[in-house]
Design a protein around this ligand. Structure first.
Ligand code: NAP
Ligand code: GLV
Length: 306
């Protein structure tokens, strides 16, 4: 089995070692222009030239969950694209969202400011029934986040493309369910894939439908959010603030208003990192399954865009 590795901004050596250990006998190397056709590829943000030259791959394994950047390339129509399917990301996402939610709900920023100023002061307890959490996207990550948030007894709502049933989660689906979902949500968590349908989905009109005093947690992609609309709604008081992990341009440019905004917390696209060991084990398992002619999970449907 011949495997080519083409991941930008990633140190190749540990991946090659890990893949070799997991797939003894496989011939694994870093892609160079003009390299012979491989059977499988492990990629992150490869150049178009890579796709053009390696058009006969049996499968292209993306070392992330989101495939928006990959699908923006010209791929051969029959190319099988496989994304990471949890691989240790779901628990990280559950931690990150729970932390952002609880930090906001319990006003820990305010307590930190008070204690830094040497003030021993109490805030009136808030009721979690007043903070229903709505999760857009109930896939591998959204479902895990919904379960984590429900553990803290927040009312939880979820929205997906097709109807879902999850214990403890009021589920909405499709365009018809979207407005009802927004109207029943105060803390909005975005875990949608970026597709033509979901680009700019958090805009002035949709965010205005959230319950007053809304809070936004964006952990999916920056292009889901219209930045100016969020800023305007915070200014108007309808939205109380946001925790943002992803941005239209990354790194977030110096001077962007999000950096210094008193009601916005910025993190550098770190809510759920690719964990090398778990990812290698998953990819190796799937390559072996494909070689045996077995089906695998996580194959992207290019027409849906995720
Ligand atoms: P997934 O398993 O494919 O789940 C996607 C969910 O979104 C599904 O529930 C799907 O509905 C729903 N959905 C898709 N299009 C929709 C639409 N037009 N309307 C309503 N619902 C729609 O994806 P995942 O593994 O959970 O990952 C989600 C995203 O998280 C990734 O695409 C990536 O962009 C982002 N991510 C970010 C980080 C980070 O560090 N910030 C890390 C990993 C992933 P159905 O259930 O009906 O299909
Ligand atoms: C990270 O953003 C991913 O899609 O895995």
């Amino acid at each position: 089995m011949k495997i080519t590795f083409c991941c930008t901004d990633t140190r190749a050596e540990p991946w090659l070692q890990g893949l070799s250990a997991a797939l003894p006998g496989a011939d694994i190397s870093v892609w160079q222009p003009g390299a012979p056709q491989a059977d499988y590829a492990v990629v992150w943000a490869p150049p178009q030239r890579f796709i053009d030259e390696q058009s006969g791959l049996k499968a292209l394994f993306n070392i992330g969950a989101g495939v928006d950047a990959l699908l923006a390339l010209r791929l051969p129509p029959a190319m099988r694209v496989v994304r990471l399917d949890d691989a240790g990301m779901a628990v990280q996402m559950a931690e990150y969202v729970s932390h952002a939610l609880i930090r906001h709900f319990r006003e820990f920023d305010g307590y930190e400011a008070d204690t830094r100023a040497g003030r021993w002061s109490y805030r009136r307890p808030r009721l979690r029934q007043d903070f229903p959490v709505g999760i857009m996207g109930l896939g591998v990550l959204g479902e895990r986040v919904a379960r984590a948030v429900a553990q803290f007894d927040f009312p939880v709502r979820g929205w997906s493309r097709s109807p879902r049933q999850l214990d403890g989660v009021r589920c909405y689906s499709g365009q018809q369910g979207f407005n009802d979902f927004l109207a029943a949500t105060r803390v909005l968590v975005n875990l949608l894939p970026l597709t033509p349908e979901t680009r700019d989905i958090m805009n002035r009109e949709t965010l205005s439908r959230l319950l007053p005093g809304a809070y936004v947690i964006n952990v999916a992609r920056g292009a889901h959010l219209v930045d100016e609309d969020l800023l305007a709604l915070i200014e108007s008081g309808h939205v109380a603030g946001a925790t943002l992990d992803v941005f239209r341009t990354e790194p977030l440019p110096a001077g962007h208003p999000f950096w210094q905004h008193p009601h916005i917390t910025v993190t550098p696209h770190t809510s759920a990192r690719t964990l090398r060991g778990e990812s290698i084990a998953q990819i190796a398992r799937k390559m072996a399954a494909l070689e045996r002619g077995e089906p695998i999970a996580g194959v992207v449907d290019a027409r849906r865009g995720y």
